[in-house]
Design a protein around this ligand. Sequence first.
Ligand SMILES: Nc1ncnc2c1ncn2[C@@H]1O[C@H](COP(=O)(O)OP(=O)(O)OP(=O)(O)O)[C@@H](O)[C@H]1O
Ligand SMILES: [Mg+2]
Length: 527
Amino acid sequence: MATPELVFHLRSMTRAIFFVTDEEDRFIVKLTDVLKAKFCERAWVYNAALGLIPIKNLVRDWSTRAHTIDGDTLGIHDTLIKIYKDDPKEQQNFYVITDPERWLGDAAVVRRVLNILHQGHQDNKTVKTLIFVGSRKVIPEKLSRYIEVVHDKGLQPEEIQRLVEDAATNLKTAVPKDAQGLFKGLTSYEAMMAISQSIIATKSDPVDPKRIEPSIIADFRKRQLKKTDLVQQIDTDSVNFNQVGGAARFKEWAAKTKACWTPEGRKFGLKPPKGVLCVGVWGCGKSLSVKAMGQAWGLPVVSLEMGKLRSSGVGESEANIYRAIRIIESAAPCIVWIDEAEKSLSGGASSAQSDAGTTSRTIGILSTWLQETTSPVCLAMTANSLKTLPVEFVNRMDERFFFDMPSEADRVDILKIHLEKVGQNAEDFDLARLAEASKLMVGREMEQAIGAAMVESYTQKKAGLDEDILATELARKPRIVKTMVDEVKEVLDWVGYDPDADDGVRARFAGKPDGKGGTLKLIAGDG
Ligand SMILES: Nc1ncnc2c1ncn2[C@@H]1O[C@H](COP(=O)(O)OP(=O)(O)OP(=O)(O)O)[C@@H](O)[C@H]1O
Ligand SMILES: [Mg+2]
């Protein structure tokens, strides 16, 4: 929860707060905590089923089940009139309004809220704090200047610790080691569910029955990940670096960096990279390499599609990015993958005009989180161009790799991989000849040419894939890169090339540039 922020606003007598959370009940409990007994006497909650009732009655009601109703204030209008008429007697009153999504779309409600705010502003003896608590931020223009927004940041480490300790005491079982890491990113509701699943699953264990078993909690977190469509877990089981042709330097780096994620490496003092950028032309294996990297590191790859987070509902996009972050934290250690980053992270600058700043705010939230999070997550961005990528993201990447067009040697590698994939024996082919025929092709085009040659060989009733047919297909296929000279130039300019180091300046070559500045130079016309 964002307790310090909340306390700050309550103390500084902010007249209206909007707290965005998926856990209203936890918020209510937190608020009673923060207000302490003394101020709880001056706090009420409006709940459409119960009316405007003292906060302590609501909390008590959870166990007494009395369902005490205030019949005069069941409606929001009666409630706001009551709040308006209340006299805090030179003290501060607090009013929590639940379900603000339901009410704030109504102009008459907004009017009443404004009246209360104006009252407090003009008469400094009337101190009333309105606290809206909802799962997404919906603040009409007229109220926006009055309301401070606080987003629930999820359970904080010490809150997790307390929650798990309380649960363990109640269940007469031990607190697991690293409870804070184990339950990170789960809501309190989910954490309790995970604990009770673990207790049930280990019920008849002969050695240690009814325990909080870390592996069961970890499984629970994995399942949470599958339940959401805000982020997507990428299946990397069938991908590995043997399926990536070329990219020798990238592979070498990934193999070495694996150590940063191991307990031994961490003990030694290694820190996992916070971000990797893979930039390069269409179809040359960037996405494939990110998946293989996940496989090599033994980490889940979680794909974050900014487009999916964007929502037309007011305040929904921001709530979504916070939710996505929470889910990612619960999946950590993991790789967060933003594919086509130049598209999904673009629009930040023009966002003020196009969508009232929503895009730039969501990008800002993501960027701040990446900077501040202590969770072991590595952001992997793949992009074709850098033009529209926010600089703050590019600069924050620990490693930047440039995926060049495959060199002749890389093409031999790629041919081998894809020939084997369609059940051919690569040794039966003159790979040097085929590599020559596939000049200026990217991996994706070579894979497609092999597919086409397979069909053609079958049609012509050949015994297997025919080398001549394949050579023709490879030579004949149009090269996409030829149509992208400008984009290619732009990326090359950004990457730069230092002949002494035989490497790029702003990004390292993922493959080997062979002392000549790489294959793409040919296209750009200065190689
Ligand atoms: N270096 C390579 N080695 C083996 N296969 C490759 C290579 N590059 C591309 N391919 C083949 O082409 C397919 C597409 O590659 P991938 O999706 O990784 O390209 P990309 O660089 O991410 O392209 P885009 O810029 O369009 O996103 C891969 O699934 C793979 O089958
Ligand atoms: Mg890709």
